[in-house]
Every structure is written in C-alpha cells, then in structure tokens.
Design a protein around this ligand. Sequence first.
Ligand SMILES: [Zn+2]
Length: 105
Amino acid sequence: MYAVSRQDELGVLRIVLEEQYERHTTQLALLARQASQLPGADPAAAAALTAASRRALGDIARALHYLEQDGYGSCERCARDIPIEQLAHRPSTRFCTACRPPRGG
Ligand SMILES: [Zn+2]
C-alpha cells in the first residue's frame, strides 16, 4: 500500500492553489470587460465581485508564498502535520484542529 508523502500532498495543494489563482484572474478580466461593455450592468455588484476576487488572489498569492517556506503545513504548537484538507480550505492555517484557538477570540 502506498503512503502518499507529505511532499506529494503539498504538491497537489500547490496545483489547486495555482488553478484557483488562474480562475480568479480570469474572473477579474471578465468583470473588467463586462463593466466596459454593459453600461446597464449593476456597477455595485460588479465592484463587489471584483473586490472579492482581488481579495482571493491576495490570499492565494500569500498561500503560495507560504508553500515556498520550509516547515509549511506543520502545526506551530504541536508540530504535527496539519491535514491537507484543512490547508486547502484555509492555506494560512498555522494550527492543527486540536490546537486551533477558538473562533472569535
Ligand atoms: Zn497542533
């Protein structure tokens, strides 16, 4: 039985993030074109979507930057590997589920 190495998992995560980055970049380009071609479109909605995509791009870029660093994906408290699903959901996660501080604090 094969054990998928942590390195492989992080490699997959990188591909996922790069795909997301591309998707948001495409969305931004589409939004920019729509804004110029459809004067009747709701500018507030388009602006909100644009802002959301820009924010997502920033998050993804930061996550890809984290991925470059040694020790990425390990819990800062117990040093165990953080589950890849958790990293995919929130790449800036620094704690495993057990060590994560409660929300809102
Ligand atoms: Zn932990």
